[in-house]
Structure formats: structure tokens, C-alpha cells
Design a protein around this ligand. Structure first.
Ligand SMILES: C[S@@+](CC[C@H](N)C(=O)[O-])C[C@H]1O[C@@H](n2cnc3c(N)ncnc32)[C@H](O)[C@@H]1O
Length: 297
């Protein structure tokens, strides 16, 4: 384990998973070092984000009834959780976003992932920090999963605000992104329909499937398919990508697949464990080290 003192610059010579508050960690990273920064902070829902993994155990007096009337009880195997309530949410984000801008290379791009509760306030804050000319896109990630209230339209999308370090000077390669089927293939030639189309700013993509290969059990884990588009389009092979709110390490997993380098930060020790397991599974942990930033919080 590498132990890093506060104020000492971090050298980018290897992929890194860093345990610590990103406020201090971001200060230690090199200015202009990153092609892409993906930020998926807690959404300020006002409640802890928790995911339980339950197991059904056969029990003649259990409270769950299954196939052919057999009774079961639920046993909690694992509870993964992080806090998600802030009295001054924008005050929390502001210094981190301002520092993120400094960390971007001149051709670099920030993808800021948020939901409908805070998206509009965050847009104004980002305009202030980056300048309106640096606003590139508002991406909508639409999914269709979970409870559907009957008193309003069920909210089934997240918003990803995209800003560049230098207006007009950013790296963006739409041809590096996997094409998708046309919505109405009958309206285009057979050849075009066969080739598919470049994705637009509305991304229909399932959440992480409950029993899928990429599922870690970490609450609010984002699908690799959504991050793959960002990394493929906005970073170069071998370029550095940063996730200051890394959770289960989705950005690291995608960087591994696409041949990019990464720095992942999270203040929750459980997230750091989950990331180590996940990245170890995908091709060895040899390249991943810990750097504990000590000192300021
Ligand atoms: C929405 S989750 C990120 C999920 C992640 N994108 C994924 O795919 O798994 C937000 C994460 O930010 C972390 N976090 C919250 N405040 C932090 C801080 N000040 N410094 C570092 N990490 C923080 C939480 O522990 C949580 O894991």
C-alpha cells in the first residue's frame, strides 16, 4: 500500500484505486492530466442508499411462501450502503467541480451524472464554473425499471451534463462508439438499417441486470454500457480517466476493456473493497495500487 501525505503530488504511473475524501485527493492529482472525468456523486436523495443481498432459506415456520406452499425465511447475506443527504449540496459540489476543470487536459471532457432532483441547479453551477460556451451536451439515460407511482409520470431517466475544458478544442470521436439500431429501420435503406446509427443524446439502456456478469451488489452501480460510450468517444487509447465518486468501479472496468488508464476514488471503504474485487476479477490487480491520502479532509 502506498501512503501519500496531504499536499504531495500524486504521480500517475499506474492505475490507481484511492481510499479517501475526493476533496483532498483531487488536490494531489496533476493539473491537466485527464482526457475524461466521470462524476457520479450521491444524488442528494435525502436517504441512505442501501442494497441488501438476501438468501431464501427453507424453514417450515418461515414468513415467505413459495412454490407448492413451501415456506422460507430471508437471511441477510450482505448490506452495502452510503449516505446520501446534504444540507448544502451545491456547496459540497462546487470546489470539486472547480478542481475537476483544472484536472482536465486542454482536450478533456467532464461527464457529470445526476438525476431530476438536482440537475437544473447543477447545470447553473457548471455554467458558472466552466462557462456556458463549454457546455457540450445534456445526455438523457432512459431506463425502465422499478416502482411506477400512479400520481405522476414515473421518473425513469438520469441526466448527464457534459462540459469541455476548451470550447471547440475537445477530443470527440463518434466513430469509436458502437452503433445502435434505428428506431424505425423501415424509414432508411436496408444498407443503412443493417449498419445501424450513431447514438444521439438520448440513451436507452437497461440498468445493471440483477443477475448479470457485471453486477457487484453496490448500491447505484451504473451499467458499463453507458460509460463505455463516454470513454470510447471522449478519451484516447492509453489516455487517463478519473472517477472521483467511483463506487463499484464501473469506470475502471470500462477503461480496462478499452485500453485506457484510470484513477478511481471513493471515501467508503466498502466501495474500495468492491472495486478491488471487481478489477482483480478482470485481468489481475497488478496494475492497481492504493494510495491513502492522509491529512486534510
Ligand atoms: C452514486 S455512487 C457512485 C456509483 C458508481 N458510479 C458505480 O457505478 O458504482 C457515489 C459514490 O460516491 C462516494 N462518495 C460520496 N462522497 C464522497 C467524497 N467526498 N469523496 C469520495 N467519495 C465519495 C460514495 O461512497 C459512493 O460510493
Amino acid at each position: 500500500m502506498r501512503v501519500q501525505a496531504a499536499g504531495e503530488p500524486l504521480v500517475l504511473d499506474d492505475d490507481l484505486v484511492i481510499a479517501g475524501d475526493n476533496r483532498a485527493v483531487l488536490d494531489a492529482l496533476p493539473d491537466g492530466g485527464f482526457d475524461l472525468i466521470y462524476m457520479d456523486p450521491p444524488f442528494n436523495t435525502g436517504r441512505a442508499q442501501t442494497r441488501d443481498t438476501l438468501s431464501a432459506i427453507a424453514d417450515p415456520v418461515g414468513n415467505r411462501v413459495g412454490f407448492k406452499g413451501r415456506r422460507y425465511r430471508s437471511e441477510l447475506l450482505q448490506r452495502l450502503s452510503f449516505d446520501d443527504g446534504f444540507s448544502d449540496y451545491l456547496g459540497f459540489l462546487e470546489p470539486r467541480l472547480a478542481r475537476a476543470r483544472e484536472l482536465l487536459a486542454p482536450h478533456g471532457t467532464l461527464y457529470f451524472h445526476i438525476d431530476y432532483r438536482e440537475a437544473h441547479y447543477c447545470k447553473l453551477l457548471l455554467d458558472e464554473i466552466f462557462g456556458r460556451a463549454a457546455f457540450l451536451n445534456e445526455l438523457i439515460w432512459a431506463y425502465d425499471y422499478g416502482a411506477k407511482p400512479r400520481r405522476r409520470w414515473p421518473a425513469k431517466h438520469d441526466t448527464i451534463l457534459v462540459y469541455v475544458r476548451t470550447p471547440g478544442g475537445h477530443h470527440f470521436d463518434p466513430d469509436a462508439v458502437e452503433r445502435e439500431p434505428y428506431m424505425a429501420p423501415g424509414l432508411v435503406s436496408a444498407e443503412k438499417a443493417q449498419r445501424g446509427k450513431r447514438p444521439t443524446d438520448v440513451w436507452f439502456h437497461t440498468i445493471v441486470p440483477t443477475n448479470g456478469r457485471e453486477k457487484t451488489g453496490y448500491p447505484t452501480q451504473k451499467p458499463e454500457g453507458v460509460l463505455r460510450r463516454m470513454v470510447a468517444a471522449s478519451s484516447r487509447p492509453g489516455g487517463w480517466c478519473l472517477d472521483p465518486f467511483a463506487g463499484s468501479g464501473t469506470l475502471g472496468a470500462v477503461c480496462r476493456q478499452l485500453g485506457r488508464r484510470f484513477v478511481l476514488v471513493d471515501s467508503n471503504p466498502v466501495a474500495v473493497d468492491v472495486m478491488r474485487d471487481r478489477l482483480q476479477e478482470r485481468g489481475g490487480l497488478g496494475a492497481v495500487e492504493d494510495a491513502v491520502i492522509t491529512g486534510q479532509g
